[in-house]
Design a protein around this ligand. Structure first.
Ligand code: GLU
Length: 472
């Protein structure tokens, strides 16, 4: 029977879940789902100075918001230090690793010499064949892997193909420091092995590490997991992704008003493709995701494309769901908490009713909030400059229309529209000549959802009051 697929996402908790990490997590998640396996989460918190609990919380929150699920409890790499130490010692017993007592001065000399000779600095193996009994009194020493000196190590990568590393370039790197702490290289291998990881999917900045890690697997006679090193994400200008390009945390994308499903759809297409398909549901991604559609070159992050995709998802989303996304974003906005409590204490129904008109033009949840502004503002309405201009002449037309509106038996968009059209015909003016002043008076702006819908949603009393406000 084939082993079932186990993938893992292994973030270092030194910051938020940035967009590159979110994509790596997604690929691991999709691959595991596609093969009915599981994705595990390992927090690589061995760097005690840089790892923080806040960062762990931010990463877990970011993943949850993105809808990426892992199985079992997250594993702390730091908590596994005993296992790492034990394997380091076992490697020494197997003759695959050795104690090295080279002093910092000696190591500095080695580096100097290499530089002078124009070589890449490399440990020269001076303790490789010496006995630890030769160690200077009281010296603690590090443990180094005994890397093969000839031949080559091949990373048989699912994305990059067979990548060959001549062993002479892979030096006897440290696996356990003199203070007994494991290096990243050792900890990753021991953890992946113990967690039963079958597939390692991560950024291609780890490709050289992969060759070194394979040396450890071989030295322990462990099976090397399948590896897939995915291209990094670059900015639209081709440079490595930085904050300036959008290398922000998942929470920043939430606050910018992106829907998690849109972000997922956008990210899955960064470095992977399924034919020409642009829009895919999570089910489709799960069905289609694999290494075959992966590109080797760096992917480019394009905010405008993400916004366009987000707009598509917003237009197709359920209206009540969009209200809940607005509530997520509001606390981070100026005056957002006030609006949030307005929604929660009665405006929700009106907001849902207004949503079809609002979402047509929106690219982000923030656009929805702006579009719904006419519901949140209080009388007397603030009127912007353009709207004031329109009202200079237009308020007179409004005053003439008011009696027809107050006579309406039912306050529906259709009735309001009919009355307004009749009025325009009788007054011999274009519909816009009355509709624009209505918009200005009812919303304080010159852009809004369809104005007769706005009037129905506001209700007779509020709409008439706002119109009257402009007629004195
Ligand atoms: N902790 C590493 C990182 O955040 C990932 C290590 C790995 O995936 O093997 O880059």
């Amino acid at each position: 029977m084939q082993n079932s697929v186990v993938t893992r996402f292994a973030p270092s908790p030194t910051g938020f879940l940035h967009i590159g990490g979110a994509r790596t997590a997604m690929f691991n998640w999709l691959y595991a789902r596609r093969h009915k396996g599981k994705m595990l989460l390992r927090i690589e918190d061995t760097d005690r100075n840089r790892s923080t609990d806040e960062a762990v919380a931010a990463i877990l929150d970011g993943l949850s918001w993105m809808g990426i699920e892992w199985e079992d409890e997250p594993i702390s790499q730091f908590s596994r230090i005993k296992q790492h130490q034990q394997i380091a010692h076992e490697l020494v017993e197997r003759g695959e690793a050795y104690y090295c007592f080279a002093t910092p001065e000696e190591l500095a000399e080695m580096r100097e010499l290499a530089r002078a000779e124009g070589r890449t600095p490399k440990y020269d193996g001076r303790w490789r064949d010496r006995d630890p009994s030769e160690a200077p009194e009281g010296a603690k020493g590090v443990i180094r892997i005994k890397a093969p000196q000839d031949g080559e190590t091949i990373v048989d990568d699912q994305v990059q193909g067979k990548v060959v590393f001549p062993n002479k370039d892979l030096d006897d790197f440290v696996i356990l420091r003199s203070d007994g702490t494991p290096t990243y290289m050792l900890a990753v291998v021991v953890d992946d092995h113990d967690m039963g990881v079958t597939h390692i999917i991560r950024g291609d900045d780890h490709l050289t590490n992969a060759a070194r890690q394979i040396l450890i697997y071989n030295a322990m006679d462990w099976d090397v997991p399948v590896m897939a090193h995915i291209p990094l994400i670059h900015g639209a200008d081709g440079a490595k992704l930085s904050k300036r390009h959008g290398a922000l945390g998942a929470d920043a994308y939430r606050d910018m008003g992106f829907l998690p499903e849109a972000l997922r759809n956008y990210l899955v297409r960064l470095g992977w493709a399924h034919g020409d398909d642009e829009i895919m549901s999570t089910e489709q991604m799960t069905e289609w995701f694999g290494f075959d559609g992966m590109s080797k070159g760096a992917a480019r992050f394009d905010l405008a494309k993400l916004q366009a995709l987000n707009g598509h998802y917003i237009r197709n989303a359920d209206d009540a769901y969009l209200v809940s996304r607005m509530i997520d974003v509001l606390p981070q906005r100026e005056n957002g908490n006030e609006i949030k409590s307005q929604i929660e204490s009665g405006l929700e129904k009106q907001l849902i009713a207004a949503m079809p008109g609002i979402k047509e033009r929106a690219k982000t949840v923030n656009d929805l909030i702006d579009g719904a502004d006419f519901l949140f503002v209080q009388r007397p309405l603030p009127i912007d400059e353009k709207a004031s201009k329109i009202l200079e002449d237009g308020s007179e037309q409004i005053a003439r229309l008011l009696p027809a509106l107050s006579d309406l038996p039912d306050w529906t968009a259709a009735n309001i529209e009919e009355a307004t059209r009749n009025f325009a015909t009788e007054a011999d003016i274009k519909l816009g000549k009355i509709a624009q002043p209505l918009r200005a008076a009812l919303t304080g702006k010159t852009v809004s959802p369809p104005i007769f819908d706005v009037m129905e949603i506001l209700g007779r009393e509020e709409a008439m009051a706002r119109l009257n406000d402009q007629c004195h």
